[in-house]
Design a protein around this ligand. Structure first.
Ligand SMILES: Nc1ncnc2c1ncn2[C@@H]1O[C@H](COP(=O)(O)OP(=O)(O)OP(=O)(O)O)[C@@H](O)[C@H]1O
Ligand SMILES: [Mg+2]
Length: 243
């Protein structure tokens, strides 16, 4: 399994890898990495890049020397296991329902410092399972052994699972595909996260092409390269416009 995982992640090109380093560095620059140990990653709609961002940010952090745990908390859609051609792994849902210990659901990989927890068997009521005190115990236990826990969640425009998770974590990153989502929907999920007392750490604009990325890198004007799309976002997410 670990080699399969490596081959999926090995598809990253250099600019993409560099972009995840920039994301990690930005979090670090704001002094967040030291203070923050649990980050939930979400978006408004499916397919905006939550899993891609979560996995690659986790690996980028592991490569910088941290011990990182990636958690697939999208209990309705076992994407990681599907990608790996497996569907029989015990995971988060098994732990939360009291059918597995933490040690049983943590998988190591051949990437130093990078570990993951699959979502596990699809539960009858995922929201109730996440709302349970057992999720708090999970975060507490995991933090004893890991420097950073990155939690991949379902889209917030579809189900409220991420609000529940985000309220229990130190912060949330919003992944946005600028052409795909309307600013009013970004505002809607921001308000939803605010209501649940989640701390929005920043926004990852996904799907920015290589030329635009280079412009950003040369000018340090990330949003300038996508100003047409990003303007509405920045207005909507005023105060949270870090990338
Ligand atoms: N920046 C990108 N460039 C090219 N392809 C991308 C990029 N980001 C994501 N993808 C691809 O888009 C698809 C959806 O991405 P991903 O699975 O990360 O989204 P998601 O938000 O986790 O989706 P879901 O809500 O269904 O879980 C995947 O096939 C992924 O490889
Ligand atoms: Mg996903």
């Amino acid at each position: 399994m670990t080699s399969q995982l490596s081959s999926i992640l090995g598809k990253l090109n250099n600019p993409a890898e560099e972009a995840y380093k920039v994301l990690r560095a930005n979090l670090s620059f704001y002094g967040l990495i030291k203070a923050i140990k649990t980050i939930a990653i979400t978006s408004y709609s499916p397919g905006e890049g939550k899993t891609t961002t979560s996995l690659n940010l986790s690996i980028s952090m592991a490569k910088s020397g941290m011990k990182v745990l990636y958690v697939d908390a999208d209990l309705r859609k076992p994407m990681l296991m599907k990608a790996l051609g497996k569907d029989d792994f015990e995971g988060l849902s098994n732990y939360l329902s009291g059918h597995a210990d933490l040690a049983e659901i943590i998988h190591s990989t051949d990437i130093n410092g990078f570990y993951y927890i699959p979502c596990g068997v699809k539960p009858f009521d995922p929201t109730a399972l996440l709302n349970n005190d057992k999720f708090d115990t999970f975060l507490k236990e995991a933090q004893e052994d890991f420097d950073m826990i990155i939690i991949d969640t379902p889209p917030l425009g579809s189900v409220i699972d991420c609000s529940i998770i985000a309220a229990k974590t130190d912060g949330v990153l919003l992944v946005i595909r600028p052409k795909k989502v309307k600013a009013k929907n970004a505002l809607m999920i921001k308000e939803q996260l605010d209501k649940s007392n989640a701390k929005i750490l920043g926004v990852v604009l996904n799907g920015v092409n290589q030329r635009e990325y280079k412009e950003y890198y040369n000018s340090y004007d990330y949003y300038g390269t996508k100003r047409k799309y990003a303007k509405g976002w920045l207005k909507s997410l005023a105060g949270n416009e870090r990338s």
